[in-house]
Design a protein around this ligand. Structure first.
Ligand code: SF4
Length: 246
């Protein structure tokens, strides 16, 4: 990705803005507590680091609904590294067929399970570097495993988090890696765990890739793009109301 996603025109020359992150996350928590929104698919596998790790690999370039369905069938048959390491490759490919790059992923998660057994005694490592050394595991997958599998503070940056952080004006970055680094410096560590699921929900439901719905956003007065939206509305509104004399 070469251009920053969203954000105001010309804003890249400005310094990133300091956001009141506790307030940002508190508002999103309130907004999404109403129960109308689907929860991130990883919640179904939370507290099992192995299933979080494998489900996140499956989710790459795949819709959440498909990941949900395939992960459920996969873990029904092969819930542990021991079971998955011995799974017949043809059956794995059949189960994974609906997800993107299913053949590569089928080979990858089997190799990953074998490595967990040979290097880590069948446990998922809790350190970022050890996770990154596993096949099919990049920074987003490793950080998701830390957050959703172990509750360890980390900041997984996917396309939603990258876009939202730039639109808010909190970062001026071109890649998810730059966004992760910038957010790690700016967001208090005690907020890292809820940061990803809240921003992802917001990116899926309100701050959409094409056409953010700023008019219904609880962050509109804190957000750089939202301020521009409010400014435009004011500019278009009549400044005076003419009252006809009787
Ligand atoms: S006001 Fe809300 S919806 Fe609009 S760009 Fe900002 S975060 Fe996204």
């Amino acid at each position: 990705m070469t251009r920053p996603p969203g954000g105001r025109r010309g804003a890249r020359s400005l310094p990133p803005r300091e956001l009141p992150w506790p307030e940002v996350l508190a508002r999103l928590t309130t907004y999404y507590q109403v129960g109308l929104w689907r929860v991130p698919y990883l919640k179904a596998h939370a507290e099992d680091p192995f299933q979080v790790l494998v489900a996140t690999v499956l989710s790459q370039r795949t819709r959440d609904e498909t990941t949900d369905r395939v992960a459920a069938e996969l873990f029904e048959a092969y819930p542990t590294p021991e079971a998955l390491a011995r799974a017949p490759p043809a059956r794995l490919r059949r189960i994974l067929r609906p997800v993107g790059f299913y053949a590569t992923k089928a080979r990858g998660i089997r190799a990953l399970s074998q490595l967990l057994l040979s290097r880590h005694g069948g446990a998922v490592p809790r350190e970022l570097e050890a996770l990154l050394a596993l096949p099919m595991v990049g920074r987003k997958t490793a950080n998701c495993t830390l957050v959703f599998g172990f509750g360890i503070p980390a900041i997984p940056v996917d396309t939603h988090v990258h876009r939202l952080a730039n639109r808010l004006g909190a970062v001026r970055t071109r890649t998810p890696e730059e966004t992760e680094e910038a957010l790690r410096r700016r967001v208090p560590q005690e907020l890292w765990v809820p940061l990803n699921p809240l921003l992802v929900q917001h990116g899926q439901n309100v701050c959409l890739p094409r056409g953010p719905r700023c008019e219904r956003c609880p962050l509109v007065d804190l957000c750089e793009t939202g301020e521009a939206f409010l400014g435009n509305k004011e500019a278009k509104a009549p400044r005076t109301v003419k009252v006809r004399a009787r």
